[in-house]
Design a binder for this molecule. Structure first.
Ligand SMILES: Cc1cc2nc3c(=O)[nH]c(=O)nc-3n(C[C@H](O)[C@H](O)[C@H](O)COP(=O)(O)O)c2cc1C
Length: 427
């Protein structure tokens, strides 16, 4: 039986670069059996239509993700513009088009100002969580259009990222409109982390260190949630990466943690110690997922007292993560924890419009995802299909039988037919 995304998806989450570590990989995603051959993450060349500049309105289906010319070329010049740069996708290490600096190709946002401004307005930042396989460029653009203030890449293995151009190309693509953006790395030593940070910095607004991934293969390598019990390691990584930034392009560094496994549900002594170390190392914000690495979303509710306690003791902004499925949940957790931001993963997979106040995914959002994915180009078909399936589950009009039928689509054309047969025009 097909399922909505669950914590088990998180438990089976995998970075594309994991192939560096394990070639014989096979994972379960709910009912989807995927083997490593499915994980061709190369997003390929874009086939952008060069028409108008993007307006961030949820239901504007004429939006196209076009390049903004340095001289603000008028529309008549769009063909010329297209000749200058035949795609708008940015990749780390690619030669920039002549006459352009990265700052012109990608606007920069100050995350720290965003936290500050939100606080002054009595509100909080709404953030799309890092999700292996899913928080790729097309989904990030969709989430931004529907009210996410900040979006995260999936966890990227820092060692592969700085060592291999191939890994960089397949793990990370970005775009003019893909901002404010945080790039998340898995790392277990200061050298890998700081080298990866330096390479990614020009293309993003902040970097995050993953200290929350509970996957056994990740923890076995002292990555992800294994770091929760090794505060000194986190300190060294954040400290060194910040120091390296002093001589180069600097970006704020955040750390995403889970609760310490030895803490009980009332006192968070060890998590507090950890959070203090992270702050002392120079982290600019901390995200707290209110579960230990052993607790599963399926059978354990998130504990908001964790992020609430950390918020009370730190000076830097703190974000709550866990169990946000509606804007109501988001407001409630922000109020209950006093946090500066909230982060959603599974909620946004099912309903990328949740931060815009939709309790269930509007059909326009499904349309818009398809449109963006096709415009941007290169989204692997099975990923595109999974995204739409996650959304269909949360759409009142579609029954399980429809979703099962949808899962049998084998091409974008058959997806369009699926909707057309139901009287729905998607593209
Ligand atoms: C499919 C999937 C992939 C995930 N990938 C990552 C990841 O790359 N990095 C990370 O820090 N957490 C990852 N997570 C964990 C989420 O970011 C989040 O901490 C967790 O799902 C709890 O939030 P939620 O209740 O909003 O889902 C993933 C979760 C899911 C469901």
């Amino acid at each position: 039986m097909l399922q909505q995304p669950t914590q088990d998806d998180e438990n089976s989450f995998i970075s594309e670069t994991q192939f560096c570590h394990n070639n014989a990989l096979r994972i379960d995603l709910g009912a989807f059996q995927l083997d490593r051959n499915d994980f061709d993450y190369s997003e390929g060349p874009s086939s952008l239509v060069n028409e108008t500049n993007c307006v961030h309105l949820p239901t504007n289906f004429n939006n196209n993700y076009t390049f903004i010319n340095k001289n603000n070329l008028n529309d008549d010049d769009s063909n010329n513009n297209n000749n200058n740069i035949n795609n708008n996708i940015l990749r780390v290490g690619e030669n920039l088009p002549e006459g352009f600096s990265i700052d012109e190709l990608k606007p920069r946002h100050s995350l720290m100002n965003m936290f500050k401004e939100a606080k002054e307005k009595g509100t909080y930042l709404k953030v799309q969580a890092p999700m292996v396989r899913y928080s790729k460029l097309a989904f990030r653009l969709l989430c931004r259009e529907y009210g996410c203030d900040v979006v995260y890449t999936p966890m990227i293995m820092s060692d592969c990222f700085h060592k291999s151009q191939k890994a960089r190309d397949s793990d990370f693509t970005t775009h003019y409109y893909d901002s404010p953006l945080v790039v998340q790395f898995a790392a277990n030593n200061p050298t890998d982390f700081s080298l990866a940070c330096q390479l990614a910095a020009p293309y993003c607004d902040g970097i995050d260190l993953n200290c929350g991934c509970p996957q056994p293969y990740v923890m076995k390598e002292s990555l992800g949630a294994a770091l929760v019990t090794k505060p000194q390691k986190i300190f060294d990584m954040v400290h060194e990466a910040n120091n390296k930034f002093i001589s180069g392009m600097s970006r704020p560094i955040g750390v995403k943690i889970r609760l310490h496994p030895e803490d009980d549900t009332l006192e968070f002594r060890k998590t507090i110690e950890l959070a203090r170390q992270i702050e002392m190392a120079g982290a600019s914000w901390v995200t707290v997922h209110g579960r230990t690495h052993k607790q599963r979303t399926k059978n354990t509710k998130v504990n908001p007292d964790g992020p609430k306690t950390i918020k009370q003791i730190l000076n830097v902004p703190v974000m709550h993560n866990g169990d946000i499925f509606t804007l109501g949940d988001s407001d409630r957790f922000a109020k209950e924890t006093g946090c500066d931001g909230v982060m959603s993963a599974r909620g946004l997979l099912s309903n990328p419009a949740l931060f815009s106040g939709y309790d269930y995914v509007p059909f326009e959002c499904i349309q818009r995802y398809l449109q963006i994915a096709i415009q941007i180009g290169g989204v692997p078909f099975h990923i595109l299909q999974h995204h739409i399936m996650f959304m269909l589950y949360s759409h009142h009009q579609f029954l399980s039988a429809d979703v099962i039928e949808f899962s049998e689509c084998t091409s974008v054309a058959s997806i369009l037919d699926f909707f057309e047969e139901r009287g729905l025009q998607v593209y």
